[in-house]
Write a protein that binds this ligand. Structure first.
Ligand code: HEC
Length: 138
């Protein structure tokens, strides 16, 4: 436990990292303009074009068991190979451990990223808690 906590707060940790507040409407435009929709669709917003792509049609947003943290979302966009989502065939979404997601680091401004992340965060909802069927012992 202690060593794990150490990792979270070491000099190379993301602790303290935050972008300025973005504008979700502008983020939506970035999402569409940067053609994220070539490979992704929004689980909660069918007005955004669906990917017409035999290889990828990866949902973003919708109800999830655990909301990605801000840092995880930023990482998914600018360093997608860092952690590949589970639930997909590894070879389908990556090549030698490298994500097949398009790389935006040389074309997206920080301002665009800021808006995009605010927009994406709003897309996720926490799944309502389902009580387990096990008897409780307290
Ligand atoms: C060429 C296809 C492609 C394009 C274009 C693309 N992505 Fe992805 N994206 C992927 C793949 C494949 C994955 C799964 C592997 C990974 O996480 O790197 C992914 C994963 C993600 C994830 C993590 C999803 C999860 O469930 O953890 C986010 C967030 C994301 N993309 C956002 C974006 C955004 C925002 C854009 C546009 C700026 C974009 N992607 C453009 C292919 C793409």
């Amino acid at each position: 436990m202690l060593s794990l906590a150490g990792c979270d707060t070491g000099p190379k940790s993301g602790k303290g990292f935050t972008l300025p507040e973005g504008d979700p409407q502008m983020g939506r435009q970035v999402f569409i303009g940067m053609q994220c929709t070539d490979c992704h669709f929004l689980a909660n917003d069918s007005t955004v074009k669906q990917p017409d792509n035999p290889q990828f049609s990866i949902p973003l947003g919708g109800e999830v068991r655990r909301i990605q943290t801000y840092g995880e979302l930023v990482t998914s966009v600018i360093n997608p190979s860092h952690s590949l989502p589970s639930g997909y065939q590894k070879e389908a979404i990556s090549d030698n451990g490298q994500s097949r997601m398009r790389n935006y680091n040389d074309i997206m401004t920080v301002t665009q990223l800021t808006h995009l992340i605010t927009f994406l965060q709003d897309q996720y909802e926490l799944q309502p808690f389902e009580p387990s069927m096990y008897p409780s012992f307290h």
